[in-house]
Design a protein around this ligand. Structure first.
Ligand code: NAI
Length: 294
């Protein structure tokens, strides 16, 4: 599908993966909207796009603010015209668990931005895309941790798994329209989540006491030299290119690291083994025939 001249609205686009996606959209000839809560960060990244001669618009937006979201969409439509591609990428990091040590303020902060922010984007923008009829696509940044467990990151994993379910269902609900949907599930990518999460956490959701101690993990004694973690990270630009390719192909799942395939296989096998070993009721199949896989 040709993305040239189409409008991409990208949240959390002033840093990391969002910025990588914005650059890839610019390279694909799209008009790019950098939506982010941090105005200063927006101001810092806009010159890159302007120097390239790519159409760009910076919009200061807190994705948890529904009224502001609708106003931002109105502004974009006024300046750039119809929005075609929505990238729900803004997210924050949760303090590491175990989950029973997370505070309700931790829960409200991360669910507010990383989950409700995605829903706010979908409910605000998707009707507009369907209305103009020119076609479009929605991508939400989930994570590899939406597919598989990261010990001590229960809130994060729950949200990312939730985004995955949301996008799978959205893709199914959009079938028959000219709008597609993808769940982006990156592995480790260069980004600034720890720093930006501290910066954007509002006062009313600050914890009263000190942060709970992180989960003590049993780690195997490394044999040989420990690998340099920073060398295992994918660049945000490469991650962005994967997203644009996924949009063009209409992929439901956009993944980055083949190294997680084995864990995924183990999880899928464990789920399949858990189904009761009993004969199937044919009526059940008929009654639930709408439950087809995408
Ligand atoms: P980042 O910190 O570099 O970028 C996140 C951006 O979101 C920041 O510019 C921040 O200002 C913005 N933001 C935060 N709260 C916001 C709000 N309420 N409204 C609007 N913008 C807001 O982080 P990174 O690493 O690029 O992460 C982006 C997304 O990718 C997140 O959803 C994260 O969970 C996900 N992810 C990141 C991975 C990684 O290895 N970097 C791996 C898997 C998923």
């Amino acid at each position: 599908d040709n993305l040239k001249g189409k409008v991409a609205f990208i949240t959390g686009a002033a840093s990391g993966i969002g910025l990588g996606i914005a650059k890839a959209c610019g390279r694909a000839g799209m008009k790019v909207v950098i939506a982010d809560i941090r105005q200063k960060a927006i101001d810092e990244v806009l010159p890159f796009f302007k120097e390239k001669g790519w159409p760009v618009l910076g919009v200061q937006l807190d994705v948890t603010d529904r009224e502001a979201y609708a106003k931002a969409a109105d502004e974009v439509e006024r300046i750039f015209g119809n929005i075609h591609v929505l990238i729900n990428n803004a997210g924050v990091e949760a303090p590491m668990g175990p989950v029973w040590n997370n505070t309700f303020k931790d829960c409200d902060f991360i669910f507010g931005v990383s989950f409700m922010g995605v829903l706010n984007g979908i409910i605000t923008i998707v009707p507009r895309i369907l209305k103009h009829g020119e076609g479009g696509h929605v991508v939400s940044t989930a994570s590899q941790s939406g597919l598989y467990v990261v010990p001590g990151a229960a809130l994060y994993c729950a949200i990312k798994a939730g985004i995955l379910g949301l996008m799978e269902t959205l893709a199914s609900d959009l079938r028959g329209t000219n709008v597609g949907a993808s769940a982006f599930c990156p592995g480790p990518v260069v980004g600034n989540l720890s720093a930006t999460s501290k910066e954007v956490r509002p006062d009313i959701l600050q914890n009263d006491g000190p942060a709970a101690p992180p989960l003590q993990r049993k780690t195997e004694a490394p044999s040989g030299e420990a690998p340099d973690f920073s060398k295992l990270l994918m660049s945000a630009e490469e991650a962005g290119e994967r997203v644009v390719r996924g949009i063009k192909r209409g992929d439901l799942y956009i993944l980055t690291h083949t190294e997680f395939k084995e864990s995924m296989q183990q999880k899928t096998d464990a789920i399949l083994r858990a189904y009761p070993d009993q004969p199937m009721n044919p009526d059940f199949r008929k009654a639930f025939s709408f439950l087809t896989y995408n």
